[in-house]
Design a protein around this ligand. Structure first.
Ligand SMILES: NC(=O)c1ccc[n+]([C@@H]2O[C@H](COP(=O)([O-])OP(=O)(O)OC[C@H]3O[C@@H](n4cnc5c(N)ncnc54)[C@H](O)[C@@H]3O)[C@@H](O)[C@H]2O)c1
Length: 441
């Protein structure tokens, strides 16, 4: 059930497990915007418009003027990491933003120091940070995270808190019995079940407190029945998985266009090189597997080969990620797409995207945090599928196929906002304009 959202009053605390490239680029960006040094480009909440009513009404406000979202001046930031660097040091290490910009906001960034992480090297083998909590059981660790959240809220005088996972990608594993119900999960926390990952411990802690949780990495985290159930029980929104940036963003822009024009696709080969810490983590095959699964589903769901075997039945889809330190955060991706058209004639599309991963991800963290807070104020609990727009592997209700087409995702997001604010939904049918015209004539 959703209601018209309550107004966003007071400060919103955004806490990120993981204060690496994405999180620090996001935090530094908000400070830079608040100081008038830059603009929040790529953020729909800050720079996107929404059409309301009929096309002839000429109502096209900014989204932030249409729905009540936290102001950027009202945001406060914190987080956890296995490295003790403050946000300034971590941002310098990530090497995404230029030093000139970072110097201008250095005091604000230095003031944000990580809290000790919940960490288990088994889940992220290529990291050797030492700044983590200890506790006899995973339940103890969850309680420590709950204390962290509550202490942060009080110390920073926040009215609301949101968590967005910006930690490293955990190794691939599938949901099992311990993830089935809240009872099994809590028992597992008390028994140190090896199948409970650190990200799940943060998520459990947040949900117990009614704090929204969005997952920016492809790990399962809140995508398990136990935590979906808990989110409903505590009236808390959840969303995941994996920020939609880079190559997958391009795929979900291009593939719907090919499918819309009934063009066939024989193959789609995607390769990437990147040299940041994320690339280092993904260099381990078990961590890469989690990412691979998240990236591979996209084309299947857009082309639906079983519904259209002649055009998409034989599609060969391959994704590669290679760790290449000299490129740092400036990922380079290549796509070779073998398509065919009228009478089966073949064509090729080549895409070479020189992207900046964290520059594309930072506005997603902002928008997810602001929209998750909106959802909470609108009494929306459980999976927020309307936020699929931001995610590579959108979490859905069991049995539902995720929607990957970015244009459908945008319509869904905008219609959700219209619905929340009591505006007419827009179907883009538009026949009535012509009907009115005929009547006038
Ligand atoms: N950059 C993008 O475009 C993009 C897109 C989609 C998803 N992601 C995902 O977002 C996440 C962050 O990406 P990044 O580029 O900032 O990576 P990063 O390696 O720079 O930052 C991740 C940080 O998380 C920390 N960390 C690892 N395990 C932790 C734990 N259990 N608790 C707290 N901190 C922990 C690491 O020490 C590191 O500082 C990754 O999982 C990545 O796959 C990034």
């Amino acid at each position: 059930m959703s209601n018209r959202p309550e107004e966003a009053r007071g400060k919103l605390g955004i806490l990120t497990p993981g204060l690496g490239a994405v999180a620090t680029t996001f935090i530094a960006g908000v400070f830079a915007v608040n100081k008038g040094l830059s603009k929040p480009i790529g953020s729909l909440t800050q720079m996107g418009n929404i059409r309301l009513g009929k096309r002839t009404d000429d109502r096209n406000p900014l989204i932030k003027d249409f729905v009540s979202l936290a102001n950027l001046e009202d945001l406060v930031f914190g987080g956890w990491d296995v490295y003790e660097d403050n946000v300034y040091q971590a941002a310098v290490h990530a090497g995404v933003l230029d030093r000139f910009l970072l110097e201008a906001i250095k005091p604000e960034l230095e003031a944000i120091k990580p809290m000790k992480a919940v960490f288990d090297k088994k889940f992220v083998k290529n990291l050797d940070g030492k700044f983590f909590k200890t506790g006899a059981t995973k339940m103890d660790l969850a309680k420590q995270v709950m204390d962290d959240i509550e202490n942060f809220k009080e110390a920073n005088n926040c009215t609301r808190i949101v968590l967005v996972w910006c930690g490293s990608t955990e190794i691939y594993f599938e949901a099992s019995e311990v993830h089935e119900t809240i009872e099994a999960f809590e028992e597992g926390l008390r028994n140190n079940d090896p199948n409970i990952a650190p990200s799940m411990i943060y998520a459990y802690a947040a949900l117990k407190l009614g704090v929204p949780f969005a997952n920016g990495a492809p790990n399962l985290t809140v995508d398990i029945p136990a935590l979906v159930e808990l989110s409903k029980e505590t009236n808390t929104p959840i969303a995941g998985k994996d920020f939609k940036t880079g190559q997958t963003l391009m795929k979900t822009i291009l593939a719907p266009g090919l499918s819309a024009r009934a063009l066939g696709v024989k193959g789609w080969f995607s390769t990437n090189i990147l040299g940041n810490r994320d690339g280092l983590v993904l260099d381990d095959p078990d961590n890469f597997k989690t990412k691979e699964v998240s990236k591979l589903g996209v084309l299947e769901d857009i082309f639906k080969p079983e519904s259209n075997p002649e055009l998409y039945g034989d599609i060969y889809h391959k994704v590669r990620i290679n760790y290449y330190p000299p490129h740092g955060d400036n990922k380079e991706s290549w796509d070779n797409i073998d398509i065919f058209g009228w009478l089966g004639y073949q064509m090729q599309i080549k895409v070479n995207f020189l992207c900046r991963d964290s520059i594309l991800a930072a506005p997603i963290v902002l928008d997810l945090a602001l929209f998750m807070d909106l959802a909470k104020r609108a009494n929306m609990s459980g999976i927020q599928e309307w936020l699929s727009f931001y995610l590579k592997s959108p979490q859905t209700a069991p049995g539902l196929r995720p929607e990957h087409d970015i244009f459908k995702q945008l319509i869904k997001l905008q219609n959700t906002l219209r619905h929340l604010m009591g505006e007419d939904l827009i179907t883009h049918l538009g026949l009535d304009y012509y009907q009115d015209l005929v009547e006038v004539l």
